[in-house]
Design a protein around this ligand. Structure first.
Ligand code: NAD
Length: 364
């Protein structure tokens, strides 16, 4: 029997709608396997700005740091979009990532066969797309200083800084190599070594690690080539590893290949077992409050939580199998219904929970 205290930061928009369903699924799995999962909620993002004037409370971060894992919804929305606002919802998200030291963001991308039609790509090889993007999460352009806007000679100027140390690059590529070992043993390291100093350092570290780990095949791509290859031959990738900004962009491209943002989970891991788990989609303000969001990305994120933070792979697999099954049986929220009949967020979660129970009963 496992015991775990799981922090939940629902956030904004559809964040609370999908995390509520993921927590229900985790409770169900806990009951079925006799585990003791406790949950507590902390505010983050725009909701936290409205309540407390800041996007993350220091005491929330302290409490989350003592938890076994964090399930995160999404932050942001038009209400908090003023670029001159002193604090923005994303500040909360970045502060949580930095505060937990989760430097490797892992995003599995696969195409569910019954959903092939939802992908904008029409390649016959689409059904065999199955890769993971490992994105460096706490360095690079989003964090390094100086980062500011100022007035000079009658106009405004801005600067962002891209900085990486060898150790920051090394630890995230090692995560990718470790993941590749449990898959098809192939890593594609993505950089911009032709024009960026950080890119050249990235490539040197990657080449050294490749020599030190000859059982894993590594190739190197410039980010622009990789962006094209993801569209032309996505089925050829196994594990892609890249820095923060490139990873942000490539993972959205990869998400579109899969057909729906509502289907893709992510895990953010550091050097301890405390990980952060969140759907890759945002707060989807256009559908928030309507009860129609797809909860499967959040539910699949909870499966990653079971696997990576709680060491419960069988329980994780059960959730993933149940997702395969409900999709195969035709359950569809609006985003994956291709104009056909759609069920609500709650109905999708109910269907999934019933399937989890049936699969568990069949195992016994
Ligand atoms: P988005 O992912 O929120 O939405 C993009 C499109 O996908 C929308 O049409 C939306 O309705 C749809 N969609 C997303 N998730 C869905 C789901 N689970 N079920 C059904 N449809 C879904 O991206 P966006 O519109 O660019 O951003 C909206 C807000 O979210 C912005 O404020 C942005 O900054 C924020 N955002 C937050 C995160 C995060 O918290 N990690 C990530 C991305 C965007």
């Amino acid at each position: 029997m496992a015991k775990a205290r799981i922090a939940v930061m629902p956030g904004d928009g559809i964040g609370p709608e999908v995390t509520t369903e993921a927590v229900r699924v985790l409770r169900t799995v806990g009951d079925l396997f006799g585990h003791r999962f406790e949950f507590f909620e902390e505010p983050v993002g725009g909701t936290c700005i409205d309540q407390h004037g800041v996007a993350l409370l220091p005491e929330s971060l302290r409490r989350v740091r003592r938890a076994s894992a964090l399930l995160f919804g999404a932050v942001g929305g038009p209400k908090w979009d003023d670029p001159r606002a002193p604090t923005r919802p994303e500040d909360g998200l970045l502060a949580v990532r930095k505060g937990l030291g989760v430097f490797a963001n892992i995003r599995p991308v696969r195409v569910y066969e019954p959903l092939l039609g939802a992908s904008p790509l029409k390649s016959p090889a689409l059904a065999s797309v199955d890769f993971i993007v490992v994105r460096e999460l706490t360095g690079g352009l989003y964090f390094a200083k100086p980062k500011r806007i100022w007035e000079s000679r009658g106009e405004r100027r801005a600067v962002d800084t891209c900085a990486y140390s060898e150790s920051e690059i090394e630890r995230v590529i090692k995560v990718a190599i470790g993941l590749a070992r449990s898959r098809r043993s192939k890593v594609t390291s993505v950089d911009k070594a032709n024009v960026m100093a950080t890119g050249r350092l990235w490539r040197e570290v990657a080449m050294r690690l490749s020599k030190e780990n000859p059982d894993v095949q590594m190739d190197h791509m410039l980010v622009d080539s990789c962006a094209m290859a993801l569209v032309v031959r996505p089925e050829t990738f196994d594990v892609i590893v890249t820095e923060n900004t490139f990873g942000d962009i490539l993972t959205d491209e990869a998400a579109v290949i899969s057909g729906s943002m509502g289907m893709l989970p992510s895990a953010s891991l550091g050097s301890s077992t405390l990980g952060m788990y969140e759907p890759i989609h945002g707060s989807a303000p256009d559908i928030a409050g309507k009860g129609i969001a797809n909860p499967l990305a959040a539910i699949l994120s909870s499966a990653m939580l079971l696997r990576h933070s709680l060491g419960l792979p069988a329980e994780a697999r059960l959730i993933e199998q149940a997702v395969d099954e409900v999709i195969a049986e035709g359950a569809r929220t609006a985003d994956i219904a291709s104009g056909g009949a759609a069920i609500s967020t709650r109905e999708m979660a109910d269907t999934l929970i019933a399937t989890v129970k049936a699969l568990r009963a069949a195992q016994r």
